[in-house]
Ligand binder design. Structure first.
Ligand code: MV4
Length: 452
């Protein structure tokens, strides 16, 4: 097992990883920017190194500084968390070249799934359903239009290097195609340095269902239940649940088997997520694979009792995976709300500042993953996640009720938060009944205006 793990991240996920390491009797190293001196990850780690000025490209994204910090402190492994360098093949490669274990998949595995057009082709070759569309990236606008007419409108044009909604355009009809195609290519080039795009049939009201997977160095891959992340705003997830209210055991096993097949095919090691779109008729389609631990991993932990971060560390050290859903029945329902320092009634504008009062909710089935405390100043440089509020209940009704009351008793003063907005979404009849798709928040424009 590792002796000392460096956490190349900040915020709640850095604390989450430190906790897992300490439970495994592994020492920890925090890295921090000049804006993060007062952060709890610095306090809780056994060792810490300042890696540069506040902007992340000069600190949390600077590979040489992080490698130097690991060498200086004698860390034998690095956990990247999510965001920052978590899906950087160059970082994974540099760690390995420096004799430090990257806690995650290999650079090659990150690369193969990072290109969405080739990932799509790869899984299609394994008989995993993909939305009808082009074979790989497509460069010529006339050829692309021909493909679009073949699959039928509306179509969606997506950046191969994309993800998170950038470089994506919908064309409702042939007349709108040429312009949408050009816009998607321009945006892809600007955002990712590659103009490669591919074309798919556009599904009007899909749900976003993702399967958590874990692979070990012995060639075994397990799936660990789905999450339903259909409540999103501009490709930012706001609320995630496990299990999905619309996925039964039969569908779970079919989606899980597909996720495992894709993951196993590339010899994947570590935690990963295979994302699917699920349409109104119950058909599912591979969308992309994320090669990291995700923000919403706690909902899976709550319904399975598996510690996904500990397992990531164990498999990186060469141990066989322990978690195996078959036999371990899912218990109850979990819901996560992401609480951000943002003003939902001003277009989710970030609201950095000092937290003057803080009291988290508690009680049975309530978990708060956070790095904030009274007196903490939320810096303007990073994403505005303050806390993840996760509840568990024996039934979905119990989980919903717990979430409502937990949100009501979550006190954060001094910065504007999304708590009142989350309360309204949770109370919405369509959320309560589980009738949400990826267009839910777009339709419910009333939620974005302050309550009368
Ligand atoms: C789609 C789609 C409909 N049809 N693909 C959005 C993010 C990117 N990863 C893929 N996305 C979508 N792909 C087809 N063929 C709708 C979306 C989409 C979406 C997906 C999941 C969650 C929220 C979303 C919001 C808008 C669009």
């Amino acid at each position: 097992m590792f002796k000392k793990v460096l956490i190349a991240n900040r915020g709640e996920i850095a604390l989450r990883v430190i906790r897992a390491c300490h439970e495994l009797d592994i020492e920890t190293v925090a890295v921090y920017s000049e804006a993060d001196r007062e952060c709890l990850h610095v306090r809780f780690a056994d060792d810490d190194v300042c890696i540069g000025p506040p902007p992340s490209r000069l600190s949390y994204l600077r590979i040489p500084s992080i490698i130097a910090a690991a060498e200086l402190t004698g860390a034998d492994a690095i956990h990247p968390g999510y965001g920052f360098l978590a899906e950087s093949p160059a970082f994974a490669e540099t760690c390995e070249a420096s004799g430090i274990t990257f806690i995650g998949p290999t650079a090659e595995q990150i690369r193969r799934m990072g290109d969405k057009a080739t990932a799509r082709e790869l899984v299609a070759s394994l008989d995993i359903p993909v939305v009808p569309g082009s074979d790989g990236a497509i460069h010529d606008p006339d050829e692309a239009l021909k493909v679009a007419k073949d699959i039928g409108f509306p179509v969606i044009i997506k950046a191969s290097a994309g993800g998170g909604g950038k470089g994506m355009r919908v064309a409702q009809e042939p007349a709108a195609f040429a312009q949408a195609f050009q816009l998607a290519r321009n945006e892809a080039l600007a955002a990712f340095g590659s103009a490669d795009v591919y074309v798919e049939k556009f599904l009007e009201r899909p749900r976003h269902i993702e399967i958590q997977v874990m692979g070990d160095r012995h060639g075994r891959v397990m799936h660990v239940c789905e999450r339903d992340c259909s409540v999103q705003r501009r490709h930012q997830k706001l609320i995630e649940v496990a299990p999905s209210p619309v996925v039964d055991q039969e569908l779970r096993e079919r989606m899980g088997a597909c996720a495992v097949r894709a993951t196993q095919h590339i010899g994947y090691v570590g935690a990963g997520t295979v994302e699917f779109l699920l349409d109104e008729t119950g058909h599912f389609y591979f969308m992309e694979m994320n090669t990291r631990i995700q923000v919403e991993h706690p909902v899976t932990e709550m319904v399975t009792n598996f510690d996904l971060v500990k397992e990531q560390i164990r498999v990186a050290a060469g141990e066989p995976i322990m978690l195996n859903l078959s036999g371990n029945r899912l218990r109850g329902h979990a819901i996560e709300c992401r609480v951000n320092a943002e003003d939902p009634y001003r277009n989710f504008q970030p609201s950095p500042g000092t937290i003057t009062a803080y009291h988290p909710p508690g009680g049975p089935g309530v978990r708060v993953d956070t790095h904030v405390y009274a007196g903490y100043t939320v810096p303007p440089y990073y994403d505005s996640l303050l806390a993840k509020l996760i509840v568990h209940g024996n039934t979905r009704q119990e989980a919903l009720s717990r979430m409502r009351h937990a949100l009501d008793s979550f006190i954060i003063e001094g910065v504007t938060t999304t708590i009142p907005f989350l309360r309204r979404v949770i109370a919405h009849p369509d959320f309560e009944s589980g009738q949400v798709d990826t267009k839910f928040l777009e339709r419910e424009t009333g939620l974005f205006k302050p309550a009368a």
